[in-house]
Structures are given as C-alpha cells and as structure tokens.
Design a protein around this ligand. Structure first.
Ligand code: MRU
Length: 354
C-alpha cells in the first residue's frame, strides 16, 4: 500500500525551531519532522542535554542556542543557591550540557558566554541577565544568518544550480539558516535555477528537513540519495556545493555532516565550487588543523537499523562517524556574517576576524 503525504503545515518565512516562553524552553521535535509537528517542553538543563544528544534539536547554531536556554533553566531551578552566591549546581549543569555532543563548537561557545554572564552578575539579577543573554545569542544568530545569506548569494551567478547536504536551514539555526540562508536569499534574487538536496544517511536530515524547508519556500528542489551525488554532478552541471559547518579550525578545514568531504572531492573533479557558510561562533581558532577536530561517533544501531527496524545482520560491525572534515584546498569560499574568505588559509581567517 502506498500513502501520499500532504503537508498542510506551512512554515512562516521567519521560523525558529526553538522557543522561549513563560520561563520554559520549547523545541520542535526534529526526529519526526516533517510528518509530525510536535513541540516538546523542557524545564531542566539535564533534559535539554538529553534532547541535544537524542537529536530532538540538531544543527550547530541551534545546539548552541538550546544549550544557552538550558543554562537559564538550570539557574531557575537552582535560584536559591544562586541567591546565596553558590553557582556550583549551575556549573555542574553546564558541564552536563557540554557533554551532549562533541563536534559543534557553537555548543561550547554558547556555554562559555553563559558562564561569563553567570560569573559577572549580581546574584539578584543573575536569572534576568541569563535570560537576556540567551535571547541575544538566539536573535544574533538569526541576524548573522541573514548577513551570511547576503554575502553568500553575492557569489552566485543568475541561474545557478546548487547542491546542499544535511540541513543547514532555519531548523539548524536560530532561524533562516546558513547554507539554506544563502540559497533562500539567492532564490529571492532570482539566482537559483535548481537545488539538489542529498538525503543524508542515517538521520535523513536532507530528505526530511532540507527538502521540507525548500519546498515550503517554493524553491525548486530535487532530493537525491547519497550514492547519486557523482552521477547527479556529471549529468547536471552544478555551480556550487553549499554546506554549513559544525567547526572550522584555524587552517580553514571545515567539519560538517558525514558525506560533505565526499561531495567536496566530487565537486573538484566536476569543476563545481564549494562554499561553507557559517557564523563566527563556528570557528575554533584554538585548533590549528582539521585533523584535530573531535568527530562524534554515534551508536552503530543508527546504521544497522532504520528506526526500530533491523536492516543489517546482528553481528555485523558498523561504524557511524557523524561528521567528516573537508580540507581548505577543497573549499573555494567560507562565508560568515562578516563577509567572504576566498580560498581560505590561516592568515586569511585571522585577518577576517581582526
Ligand atoms: O547531526 P546534525 O544534524 O546536528 O548535523 C548538522 C550539520 O552537519 C549541519 O550541516 C551543521 O551543523 C551546520 S547547521 C547550520
């Protein structure tokens, strides 16, 4: 039996998967999108950390924003100790949040910002200041995505065909998106002819999330399987591969969803350019080489099973790295809220952020 899925819930243009209301955090459950639109409510840092680990919320900037609100929830829960000048319970929760996922540097960046606010507030106004700081991190990310969109779209020629991977859209950020921010802005400027979206095994962010965002925005999109990338580039000239990043090291290497490196290698062979779109919170200038970026290994059952349904033999050995690293020599442009870095090098990155 086949069933036809008609999605009647439309995303408003300015859409965020994260909401802060009445001192509670609401997250759009991304594990079941686009078929089910379910908002889950959180009131403790520990459950927020679990939500990040479990992929309720995902995408580097969105993880950072969520963790910032998680710190607020911790401060609300431990208000009494805070009023006594004791921040140890919140620091413990910050540590728990920091262990939720290892690759996206935005997580650690946001937690550092929040820790700074925690340590520099008067105990009576700590919660208010933490709420303001988290909202600011959230709003700033949306603003940065729009700036990234403008800068990135400037690199595209009219009638461009682009290829994206995973989901670096509104769902992965505060709103609007990084790679999808570029595509959204370029589409409005009549520069996009066609977008290919890779399905992105094993969580299918491309199939479930990116193709949803693109179709909702009315952008011509074709969903392709991972293995079809080479054939697609060979038969339909692609101008740009446009992706996001979870961490960019000082040499300009970019860690992003597993399979990004494959696309960059293919892009080189087929003469299409590679753009990495990311806000400044994605840069880790303490790491000199992409080889040192920590790569998350997720449970092997994500590969041997589809949801609860087993698809591989019980005793097979499976590997499930969640990210790979694309070296700078395969990247034509890194786009941030500040502008464009062409053919990235350490010197160019340092000059960009001066
Ligand atoms: O495992 P995920 O879904 O969190 O991976 C997300 C990605 O790889 C995105 O491309 C990256 O975080 C950039 S999001 C703007």
């Amino acid at each position: 039996m086949t069933s036809t899925i008609h999605l009647t819930t439309y995303l408003p243009e300015e859409f965020s998967p994260i909401r802060w209301t009445n001192n509670q955090l609401k997250l759009l459950d991304q594990r079941i999108l686009p078929l089910d639109i379910t908002w889950l409510t959180y009131s403790s840092a520990e459950t927020v950390a679990q939500a990040i680990t479990d992929m309720v919320v995902r995408g580097a900037p969105a993880i950072g924003i969520t963790a910032a609100y998680g710190v607020v929830l911790s401060a609300i829960e431990h208000n009494r100790s805070i009023l006594d000048g004791d921040y140890s319970a919140v620091m413990k929760d910050i540590n728990i949040l920091a262990q939720s996922r290892p690759t996206a540097i935005n997580l650690f960046w946001a937690l550092e910002q929040m820790e700074q606010v925690l340590k520099t507030s008067e105990s009576a106004d700590t919660i208010e200041r933490l709420i303001q700081a988290a909202i600011e991190i959230h709003q700033q990310d949306i603003q940065f995505c729009h700036q990234i969109g403008d800068h990135g779209a400037g690199l595209l020629s009219p009638n461009s065909t682009v290829y994206t991977h995973c989901n670096a859209g509104a769902l992965a950020t505060g709103g609007h998106g990084t790679a999808l921010g570029v595509i959204r802005t370029a589409f409005k400027k009549d520069k996009i002819k066609q977008v290919f979206a890779g399905e992105t095994r094993p969580w299918l962010q491309g199939a479930r999330l990116t193709s949803w965002e693109l179709t909702q925005a009315g952008i011509p999109a074709t969903l392709v399987t991972e293995g079809a990338a080479g054939h697609t580039m060979k038969s339909n000239p692609v101008d740009w591969v446009i992706v996001g990043a979870d961490r960019i090291s000082a040499d300009g290497s970019a860690a992003n969803k597993i399979g990004t490196y494959n696309l960059a290698v293919l892009a080189k062979f087929h003469g299409c350019k590679v753009m990495v779109a990311a806000p400044s919170s994605t840069f880790d200038m303490t790491i000199d080489s992409g080889l040192d970026i920590p790569i998350e290994q997720r449970p092997f059952t994500e590969v041997t099973q589809y949801k609860d349904h087993q698809i591989a033999p019980t005793d097979v050995i499976a590997s499930n790295p969640s990210f790979d690293v694309t070296p700078p020599e395969l990247i034509d442009a890194i786009v941030t809220e500040k502008g464009v870095i062409l053919s990235p090098t350490k010197e160019k990155l340092l000059a960009h952020f001066q």
